[in-house]
Design a binder for this molecule. Structure first.
Ligand code: AMP
Length: 504
C-alpha cells in the first residue's frame, strides 16, 4: 500500500472511468480515465528524460489540471515532487533550487530563462496557467499506461519548504507512508465519498491544496472543481454545484463580505473545512448565521500534515481545532517537557505515521525537533481541554515576553476582535527599553460599526486581562499582512513597528 501513492489512488478510482475527475472554472473537463492516461504520459516523459526514482522535480506553476497530472506523473515515476510557490522571487528560487538540486524544473514560461540560469544542468520544462507548455507537448503520443515505480514506504515522495519566517527555509521530506495515512484518515474523518464535489480553490503548491484537498478528492473518487485561485465571486457561482469546500480563514472572511452569500447557494454543501491559520470565532458564528453551516476547523503543518480536526458528526467548537485524528497522538507539555495539566497552555507535540522524519540535507536539525519518545515539537502553543479538544493560542516564536511575563497574542486578539467596529487584529511584540518587549496591537476597522479609538480599546482590555498583557500601543491599519495561505505575518509587523518605543 505504501510502495507508491498513485497505486493507492488508482485502487480507489471509480469503476466507471468516464466519471469527471476535474472540471475547471472555465469549463474544461477531464475524466478519471484521462487523468490516468495523462499522468502516465508525463511519467513516461520523465523516464525518457532519464530521471531516476528518488531524483527531484521542482514544480512552480499555477493551478491547472495539468499541474495535478504532473504531480501524479512524478508519483508514478517514483520521483520526489518539490512544489514551489509561484510568488517566489529570483533570490528565493535560487536558494531552493541550489538546496534541493532538482534534475528537472517545471515552471511558468516566463520563469524558464531564470530557471535555466539558476540551474544550467537541470532539464527545464514549461507549463502555463492554461495547462499548456513544453511539458505537455513533449509527452504527447507517449504510452497511456505506466506501472507505478515501487519505493520504500519511508522514502521521500515530496519535499516542501516551510515558510521559514525565522532562519533559512527547510525542506520537509514527506514519505509515501506519511501522505497515505493522512489522506486516508482525512477521507474517513470527513466522510469524503464518490458523490462529493469538492470546490478546490487552494494553491496546489501548498500542503493544504495538494495533500489535503486534492488527495481527499482522489482518494474518494470525487469530482473536483479546480480554479486558478480563490475568488469570492467564482466561489459563489460554484457553491450550488458543490458539496465540500476547503479554505483558509481569509476565504471565509471574503465570502462573508460578499452580499451574495446565502443559505440557498449552500443548499447542497455538506462540509466547509478551514485551516492553515486561526479561524476567528466571529467568522465561525457569522458563517453559521448566513449559511447554516458550522465550519469544521482543523489543524496541521507541513511537517505533520493534519493532526487534529473538529468532528464531522459531533460538536464543532469555535476557537478549537478539535481532537486528535485517529492514529495521531497529540499532547501538550510545559517548558520542562512534562505533560501540562488539562486546560493549561504549553507546547503542542505530535506523534504518528503522519509525521515527517527529516529535513532535506539537515540531519542534525531533526534531533532538536523530536523528543526522546518520538514526539515532534510543533512550535505551536495550545491547551487540551477535558473533552480532548485542542485550543491553539499561538506560535512559540510569537510569544511575547514583556517585563518577564509571557503574553500569548491569541488571548488578546480574541478580546479585541469581539469589540464592535473591529474586523480583526494582530498582537505582536516590539523592542522596549524597559520591558524588553512591549505588546502592540494592530487593529483593522470593520467599517460596519464605529470603531473605538486606541485609548478606549486599551481601557476595554484593562477590564478583561491582567495589566502586563494590555498593549502599550494600539495602531490602526487597513489590512493585516498575510501570506498566500492567510497566515498573518507578525514578523513584518514587528519589524515595521520596531522603533515605536525607541528600538532596542
Ligand atoms: P504550514 O506548515 O505552512 O502549513 O504552517 C503550519 C502552521 O500553521 C501551524 O504550525 C500553525 O501555527 C498554523 N495553523 C495551521 N492550522 C491552524 C489552525 N486551524 N489554527 C491556528 N493555526 C493553524
Amino acid at each position: 500500500m505504501y510502495a507508491n501513492l498513485y497505486t493507492l489512488f488508482a485502487g480507489r478510482f471509480p469503476t466507471d472511468m468516464s466519471k469527471i475527475a476535474i472540471e475547471t472554472g472555465d469549463g474544461r473537463r477531464y475524466t478519471y480515465g484521462e487523468l490516468d492516461q495523462y499522468s502516465a504520459r508525463l511519467a513516461g516523459h520523465f523516464r525518457r528524460l532519464g530521471l531516476m526514482p528518488g531524483e527531484r522535480v521542482a514544480v512552480s506553476v499555477e493551478n491547472s489540471p495539468q499541474a495535478l497530472f504532473a504531480y501524479l506523473g512524478c508519483l508514478r515515476a517514483g520521483l520526489i515532487y518539490l512544489p514551489l510557490n509561484t510568488a517566489y522571487q529570483r533570490s528565493e528560487l535560487t536558494y531552493f533550487i541550489k538546496d534541493a538540486e532538482p534534475r528537472a524544473i517545471v515552471c511558468r514560461p516566463e520563469a524558464a530563462a531564470i530557471a535555466r540560469e539558476i540551474a544550467p544542468a537541470a532539464l527545464v520544462e514549461t507549463l502555463d496557467a492554461r495547462g499548456e507548455g513544453s511539458l505537455v507537448e513533449a509527452s504527447r503520443g507517449l504510452p497511456a499506461d505506466f506501472s507505478p515505480v515501487g519505493r520504500g514506504p519511508d522514502d521521500s515522495t515530496a519535499i516542501l519548504y516551510t515558510s521559514g519566517t525565522t532562519g533559512k527555509p527547510k525542506g520537509v521530506m514527506l514519505s509515501t507512508r506519511n501522505l497515505a495515512v493522512n489522506a486516508m484518515a482525512l477521507t474517513d474523518a470527513w466522510g469524503m465519498n464518490g458523490d462529493d464535489v469538492l470546490l478546490h480553490m487552494l494553491p496546489l503548491f501548498h500542503a493544504h491544496g495538494l495533500f489535503v484537498a486534492a488527495h481527499c478528492a482522489l482518494l474518494s473518487a470525487s469530482k473536483m472543481w479546480l480554479t486558478a485561485r480563490f475568488e469570492a465571486g467564482a466561489a459563489l457561482k460554484l457553491l450550488p454545484c458543490s458539496t465540500v469546500f476547503m479554505g483558509v480563514p481569509t476565504h471565509y472572511g471574503r465570502l462573508l463580505a460578499d452580499t451574495g452569500l446565502n443559505r440557498e447557494l449552500c443548499r447542497d454543501m455538506r462540509l466547509f473545512t478551514c485551516g492553515s491559520a486561526p479561524l476567528p470565532v466571529e467568522t465561525f458564528h457569522r458563517f453559521e448565521q448566513r449559511t447554516g453551516n458550522f465550519i469544521l476547523e482543523r489543524y496541521g503543518m507541513t511537517e505533520t500534515l493534519i493532526t487534529t480536526s473538529n468532528p464531522l458528526n459531533g460538536p464543532r467548537i469555535a476557537g478549537s481545532v478539535g481532537p486528535a485524528l485517529p492514529g495521531v497522538s497529540v499532547r501538550v507539555v510545559d517548558e520542562h517537557g512534562r505533560p501540562a495539566p488539562t486546560g493549561t497552555n504549553g507546547q503542542v507535540q505530535v506523534k504518528g505515521d503522519n509525521v515527517f522524519h527529516g529535513y532535506w540535507k539537515q540531519p542534525n536539525k531533526i534531533a532538536r525537533d523530536f523528543t526522546g519518545d518520538g514526539f515532534f515539537n510543533t512550535g505551536d502553543i495550545g491547551r487540551l481541554e477535558h473533552s480532548g479538544y485542542l485550543f491553539l493560542v499561538g506560535r512559540a516564536k510569537d510569544l511575547i515576553i514583556s517585563g518577564g511575563y509571557n503574553v500569548y497574542p491569541k488571548e488578546l486578539e480574541l478580546v479585541i476582535d469581539r469589540i464592535e467596529g473591529v474586523a480583526e487584529s494582530a498582537v505582536f511584540g516590539v523592542p522596549h527599553p524597559d520591558f524588553g518587549e512591549a505588546v502592540v496591537a494592530a487593529v483593522v476597522r470593520s467599517g460596519r460599526a464605529e470603531c473605538p479609538a486606541a485609548p478606549e480599546i486599551i481601557e476595554r482590555l484593562k477590564g478583561e486581562v491582567a495589566n502586563y498583557k494590555v498593549p502599550k500601543r494600539v495602531v490602526f491599519i487597513d489590512a493585516l499582512p498575510r501570506n498566500a495561505m492567510g497566515k498573518v505575518q507578525k514578523g513584518l509587523l514587528s519589524r515595521h513597528y520596531d522603533a515605536l518605543f525607541g528600538g532596542t
